[in-house]
Design a binder for this molecule. Structure first.
Ligand SMILES: Cc1ncc(C[n+]2csc(CCOP(=O)(O)OP(=O)(O)O)c2C)c(N)n1
Ligand code: SF4
Length: 351
């Protein structure tokens, strides 16, 4: 069976077909209708209400599938989608260890190549599995130039095992292993700049995305999928449980992270910055921090609180400066991000 026939079969079985122009009027379908809506990750899994990671994975799978295979590091995504004997995945999916999703994906890709198939391999990991424990395998996969799209669902802590800090946890956030208290104001260290390290491998494409901007996220996935070689995407994915915000605020929290400059949305090709999502009106970081219980200690009477808030503002301003985020161009608030997410029933308030 040819790849094309197999793809058509998969789409008929699992997904909505891309709409064609209207037969009588000839009207073109809207961009959304023209997309194949492949549901590689089904509903009915066991993620917490408002889980950003679940939404991010669904958005990625919608436009990456159906002709893909997934290697998934252990973590929340793996656990909430595969409670034995059930699975929410509609693609070939392999559980890997915490530390080796990239190595497993490399092997899958090499095996498919040996069989003469061009099935694309995806590797998924949380920030613990990517920034920290799986980093060595990831670096090797990029350097060996495997044809794999690696997606890191960045919820900024080891959520699956009880909200431990990772090297992606932001400065001053409280976690179970960086608790705010008399000794210190949450995490002492800075969030690791993983994207710059990935870009230093000079791979064809590396980018950051956010669940608050699904169209931008899906454009980046489609672009990465079209590249023959290693590509990388880190998706900012709020976790209501670990960030201690209301479930209905997931999109708002993610949006504010971008609007204040703490989570810049950028694209790098072969190590060079090629595109950014500009911020027309930069929000103060406090607009982002105050929605989340993990930063609640920064708004109390402690004299160190102001210093930490200033530090976080300086980090956001630094991002705005080095990536050139201010200036003309489309504003994130104009891109229909949150409104587009509303179709899934997730609260879609803009601010
Ligand atoms: C070598 C190893 N150490 C620790 C664990 C336990 N463990 C499983 S998932 C996990 C945390 C995953 O965190 P992250 O990758 O950030 O994903 P999240 O759950 O936040 O989505 C840990 C510590 C493990 N499975 N293997
Ligand atoms: S703990 Fe966080 S990342 Fe894990 S399922 Fe719940 S909301 Fe999602």
């Amino acid at each position: 069976m040819s790849d094309e026939t197999r793809l058509t079969e998969l789409r008929q079985k699992f997904g909505r077909q891309p709409a064609a122009p209207d037969e009588t009027t000839g009207a073109e379908p809207t961009p959304r209708e023209a997309q194949p809506r492949f549901r590689g990750l089904e509903s009915g899994h066991r993620a917490c209400q408002g889980c950003g990671e679940a939404l991010a994975a669904r958005l990625v799978m919608e436009c990456a599938g159906p002709d893909v295979m997934v290697a998934n590091a252990t973590g929340c995504l793996e656990v909430f989608t595969t409670a034995w004997p059930e699975s929410a995945w509609r693609v070939p999916w392999a559980h890997s260890l915490f530390e080796n999703a990239a190595a497993v994906a490399s092997g899958m890709e090499a095996a498919m190549k040996a069989r003469g198939r061009n099935t694309k391999v995806l590797a998924f990991g949380g920030d613990g599995g990517t920034y920290d424990i799986g980093f060595q395998a990831l670096s090797g996969m990029l350097e060996r130039y495997h044809n794999v799209l690696y997606v890191c669902y960045d919820n900024e802590a080891y959520m699956n095992t009880g909200i431990q800090r990772s090297s992606s946890t932001p400065h001053a956030a409280t976690t179970t292993t960086s608790p705010a208290g008399r000794e210190r104001m949450g995490k002492r260290h800075l969030k690791k700049d993983l994207l710059s390290i990935i870009a230093a491998h000079h791979i064809p494409y590396a980018a950051s995305a956010s669940v608050a901007f699904p169209q931008d996220l899906q454009r980046k996935v489609r672009y990465a999928m079209g590249i023959d070689g290693p590509t990388f995407l880190v998706v900012h994915s709020p976790c209501p449980l670990g960030w201690r915000h209301e479930s209905r605020l997931t999109i708002n929290v993610a949006r504010r992270a971008v609007e204040c400059g703490l989570f810049p949305l950028v694209e790098l090709e072969r190590g060079s910055l090629t595109n950014v999502m500009p911020i027309r009106d930069q929000r103060p970081v406090t607009d982002y921090l105050q929605l989340q219980g993990r930063f609640a200690h920064l708004f109390g009477d402690d004299p160190r609180a102001q210093q930490k808030r200033d530090h976080l503002q300086a980090l956001a301003d630094y991002n705005v400066q080095v990536y050139g985020l201010t200036g003309a161009g489309p504003d994130p608030a104009d891109t229909g991000g949150a409104a587009a997410v509303g179709r899934s029933g997730v609260a879609a308030g803009r601010r």
